[in-house]
Structures are given as structure tokens and as C-alpha cells.
Ligand binder design. Structure first.
Ligand SMILES: [Mg+2]
Length: 185
């Protein structure tokens, strides 16, 4: 099955059977804490558009992953563990809409690890765990330039979430706007 959609002036978005959707966490699924981290469960605020967006996106993609840089772990400023924060995040999402897996990078930026976006480690981990996906048919949606570079470095289609115009990447104000654009005739 191939769904072809023409969005804005960009090339059509093709969703194949082996397309995966990679989603950044902070600023896309939960409210961004500017110059701070989600250090504990009580700081995680799911955005209201996530439920309607996933209702559209979950049936379109066989695999959905969350990929998130969390150097707050490396900085040792976390109050709750990343596992408990992610368990809480998943508990806020309806069962039938859950992502397949959450990948996180715990390292400090200056370590130069392979898994911190924009490096490709988390995409390669997903490909290793789910060999059926094809990264060149996949999408990465995020709200920072490092997400867009991660997409390009991994061969994926970048989708930028921003309130301001961007000429370089297909840009939407929220994950819901992107989802709606995908299904618009
Ligand atoms: Mg983000």
C-alpha cells in the first residue's frame, strides 16, 4: 500500500509498508521546558494535540518510535529515573496508540557518542531491532535543527515542528498539523 500526499510545495510524502515514524519527545509530545529538562514525572506535561495526532498516525505507520536526547542523565540532575518517566509518558497515551519503542541517549554532548542526535545511533538501533523498516522510507518529526540533521544523516525525511516559517524543511506548527496534512485529500 502506498499513500501519496502532496504537501505544500514539497515532494509528495510517500508512506510505504516499511515506513517508520520517528518522533522527538520534548517539544513535540510533551511541553518543552526551556533551558531545563524533564527531571521528574511531575514535570512531564503531555501536549493536548498528541492524542488526536496519534489517532491519525498510528494506523498509517507499522512502526513508531520516540527518539530523545536526555543529557540530563549524564549531568546527573535527574530526580526520577528515565525509565519511570517514560513509563509515565506511556501511561498517558491510549493503549492502542502506543509507540513501538522509546530510544534515549543519556550522554553528555561533549562525549561525542554515536547515539546523540544528530548522530545516527538511535536510528540504527531501531533498524537493528526492527529490520523490516526502511530508513529511507521513514520520517523524523522534531522541533530542533539537530532532529532535522539526524533525519538527513539517517536518510529519513525531516519534518520540522515550529511556530515560524522555515524554507529548508517541511514545517508544521504541531504533530497534529502534520497528521492532518497527511490525510488531507
Ligand atoms: Mg525537542
Amino acid at each position: 500500500m502506498i499513500i501519496q500526499k502532496q504537501i505544500m510545495n514539497s515532494q509528495p510524502f510517500l508512506i510505504h509498508n516499511n515506513s517508520a515514524l520517528f518522533i522527538d519527545r520534548d517539544g513535540v509530545l510533551n511541553k518543552l521546558r526551556v533551558n531545563d529538562y524533564v527531571k521528574q514525572i511531575s514535570e512531564l506535561e503531555l501536549l493536548p494535540e498528541v492524542y488526536p495526532a496519534l489517532k491519525i498516525l498510528r494506523p498509517l505507520f507499522k512502526r513508531i518510535f520516540i527518539v530523545t536526547n536526555q543529557q540530563g542523565i549524564g549531568k546527573k540532575i535527574m530526580i526520577d529515573s528515565i525509565d519511570s518517566i517514560h513509563s509515565h509518558l506511556l501511561s498517558l497515551i491510549a493503549n492502542e496508540l502506543l509507540p513501538d519503542k522509546i530510544y534515549h541517549c543519556p550522554h553528555l554532548k561533549e562525549l561525542g557518542c554515536v547515539c546523540r542526535k544528530p548522530n545516527t545511533g538511535m536510528a540504527l538501533m531501531a533498524k537493528n531491532d526492527y529490520p523490516e523498516i526502511q530508513l529511507t522510507h521513514s520520517f523524523m518529526i522534531g522541533d530542533s535543527i539537530s532532529d532535522m540533521e539526524f533525519a538527513k544523516n539517517s536518510g529519513m525525511r525531516p519534518i520540522f515542528i515550529s511556530k515560524s516559517e522555515n524554507n529548508e524543511f517541511p514545517t508544521f506548527t504541531s504533530i497534529l498539523d502534520f497528521a492532518i496534512a497527511l490525510i488531507k485529500k
